[in-house]
Design a protein around this ligand. Structure first.
Ligand SMILES: [Zn+2]
Length: 346
């Protein structure tokens, strides 16, 4: 018995024609009635570049509004990429959660929506859920390859890597891991997520697409080096997708890291001032002192000390020094290249 009900259509209207050859700059228009604009729309910038039949890549940044490498790299690509340089189609959305990007915040100031916890989305839900739904049901089905560029944002600093998830379909998983390696960040990573159910990543992977995500440093800003990494990675991804021709620009060695389970994530059970005792990229042995947390309530208290439960590499750390209960302050990844050389169990 078919009990499925029809999902309502999106309220978003694109001003670009996805089937047209050439280059178009336009908007995804999302009606949003509020005090300053009774019949207003949120205008999410989008660029489509198309040249004949061929694969489609969907490139997104600004999934979180305070992660600037993807936003910057994709704004540059939208200026630079021309139809005669490609075979197929490239859809560029530099600021996926546009209200959050304008606000410089991880989540939307309109509905506090965290885009990467809002999938598959809802066409009649909040503003953030409506954007998520449009990606899930309208943009992702158009693509063969999707690249979503993240960084750490204001609260995390992360060693630069491209990542793929473990997937039930081994051929799809292999293609995603290959894409992550060929993005050309210094590290490639296979990733366990604390909660994958509402990620954009999962919505794309569930449609059988080749999906690569990244974390390119963080702290709520960018540097010449991290933007260059995004620029190179985007160009490498288009070659990987078969949309452009050219030479890959890859680092001499791409380290392969793995975040296999929740034990990689160190969460605070105290609040106060975070004193990190290791630096990003440091090799960690099981039992190493990772951080102290000093209480701000009184003097004379010994700090709480946190030790690593595994060996590996410090792949991410909390960026602000103030820390609360439940904040992740360190992520320790296994270095698969050297895992067999480690004397400590991991
Ligand atoms: Zn992010």
């Amino acid at each position: 018995m078919n009990t499925a009900t029809t999902t309502p259509a999106t309220t978003i209207t694109p001003t670009v024609d996805f089937n047209l050859d050439g280059k178009q700059h336009g908007f995804l228009k999302l009606p949003h009635s509020h005090d300053d604009s009774a019949w207003g729309c949120i205008m999410i910038p989008i660029t489509v570049v198309k040249n004949g039949k061929g694969p489609t890549a969907l490139l997104s940044g600004g999934n979180h509004g305070d992660e600037y490498e993807g936003i910057t790299g994709l704004l540059k690509l939208a200026n630079e990429l021309e139809a005669d340089q490609i075979n197929g189609r490239v859809i560029i959305v530099p600021a996926m959660n546009y209200p959050a990007v304008l606000n410089g915040s991880r989540t939307s100031p309109i509905d506090q929506g965290n885009m990467n916890r809002s999938f598959p989305g809802d066409p009649q839900g909040s503003i953030t859920e409506r954007i998520a739904d449009y990606f899930t049901r309208y943009l992702v089905p158009l693509c063969d390859y999707a690249l979503d560029i993240h960084s750490g944002g204001k609260t995390l600093d992360i060693i630069p890597f491209a990542a793929a998830h473990r997937l039930p379909d081994s051929a799809q998983e292999a293609a995603c891991i290959e894409g992550a390696k060929l993005f050309g960040a210094p590290d490639a990573l296979t990733l366990f997520e604390l909660d994958a159910s509402s990620l954009y990543d999962t919505a794309v992977e569930n449609q059988g697409k080749v999906f690569v995500t990244t974390e390119l440093c963080g702290g709520g800003t960018s540097t010449p080096e991290t933007v260059a990494m995004a620029d190179r990675g985007i160009r490498n991804f288009l070659i990987f997708a078969g949309i452009t021709k050219g030479e890959y620009h890859l680092p001499p060695v791409t380290r392969i890291l793995d975040i296999p389970d929740a034990s990689c994530y160190l969460l605070s059970e105290h609040q106060g001032v975070l004193e990190m005792c290791v630096s990003l990229g440091d090799k960690i042995r099981k039992g190493d002192l990772i951080a102290r947390i000093h209480t701000l309530e009184r003097t004379g208290e010994r700090p709480k000390e946190y030790f690593s439960k595994r060996g590996g590499v410090l792949a991410a750390r909390r960026h602000p020094a103030l820390i609360s209960m439940g904040d992740t302050f360190a992520v320790i990844a296994t270095d698969l290249n050297s895992a067999c050389l480690q004397s400590e169990p991991i």
